[in-house]
Design a protein around this ligand. Structure first.
Ligand code: FMN
Length: 296
């Protein structure tokens, strides 16, 4: 199938998903001689309008893994505003060296439900949003080699899909008989994880009691340069939750994505909630082994 355009589409609060998804999309576009485009829906403004992809387009769609799933507050956006009328897609998730659980199968299912034909997939390791130790420096050179493998695989598979598989009516890949080979390109790519996705991973304290960090918000130290006009944290908050006039005020929902903590040049944002800190330390202590990135 001829692909005219490859789009890197992603949510990426601390930049790891962006790095992997852009690399895969750029390389795939190159291999297919297609146009390369970027659609970053991390900031609220980008999520205001709907987005439609059609036949001859390929979308590399990435999100981070939160609690073993696609970040739940972004589900309404993904379900209602993204449509893939016959476009091909590659679901990609970034996880912080623990596990991606049902996130990849969930993203694959979301894309299928939106009308995309998923032809490949990948789960990659990124530095954990809560930590500078867990998955430190990931994605690294080895991960980026896997990203390149996924680009090769995606380009090969896209080329193999005959134009005749495109249905004029709804644009979806259909089952057709080609010689003695029966291929079904409408079957979603097979990935690990439950379908439909099942449980959200729950952090627990030393007594096994669930730790609820949903209402936890970052604090601001005296190093903050808001008085001198710095508004970086308010500008990069994916939830638009930080007050522009007084960035020490968190007026909206905090998803603990780590953007304001990791991107503050003064290191002035921090969490002091005991449950959050216990969970962060526990993750850092348990998940010291190297989790690998995998392509499907
Ligand atoms: C609220 C929250 C929950 C997370 N849950 C998981 C998880 O279940 N498993 C895991 O390995 N990493 C988890 N992470 C880490 C992120 O998936 C990881 O750091 C990812 O690379 C961040 O992507 P980004 O840099 O594009 O924002 C979580 C991060 C956050 C903020």
């Amino acid at each position: 199938m001829e692909i005219r355009k490859v789009t890197a589409m992603y949510l990426s609060c601390t930049g790891t998903t962006k790095k992997v998804v852009e690399a895969i999309a750029r390389s795939t576009a190159d291999k297919l001689g297609a146009e390369y485009a970027v659609f970053d829906f991390t900031l609220p403004k980008a999520r205001e309008s709907a987005c439609e992809y059609g036949a001859g387009e390929l979308v590399i769609c990435g999100t981070p893994v939160y609690a073993g799933r696609v970040p739940n507050l972004f589900l309404p956006y993904l379900k209602e505003k993204i449509k893939g009328k016959g476009a091909l897609a590659v679901p990609v998730v970034l996880f912080g060296n623990r596990n991606f659980d049902d996130a990849l199968s969930e993203l694959r299912d979301l894309l299928s439900a939106a009308g995309f034909c998923t032809i490949a997939a990948g789960a990659f390791v990124g530095e954990h949003s809560f930590s500078e130790v867990l998955g430190a420096g990931r994605p690294d050179g080895e991960d980026m080699k896997k990203a390149e493998q996924l680009a090769v695989l995606t380009a090969e598979r896209a080329k193999k899909i005959p134009e005749s598989y495109l249905d004029d009516q709804n644009g979806l890949c259909k089952k057709k008989q080609t010689g003695d080979v029966l291929a079904d390109f409408s079957v979603p790519i097979s990935v690990p994880g439950a379908s439909p996705a099942e449980i959200y991973y729950t952090p627990r304290d030393r007594h096994g009691k669930p730790i609820d960090i949903r209402k936890v918000k970052p604090k601001t130290s005296e190093g903050c340069k808001a008085a001198e006009g710095c508004r970086i944290c308010a500008e990069i908050c994916p939830m638009g939750a930080i007050d522009f006039d007084d960035p020490s005020q968190i007026k909206g929902i905090c998803i603990k994505c780590g953007a304001c903590i990791k991107k503050c040049p003064q290191k002035a944002k921090y969490y002091d909630d005991q449950g959050y800190l216990y969970h962060k330390t526990e993750l850092e202590e348990i998940y010291t082994r190297r989790a690998e990135s995998t392509v499907y």
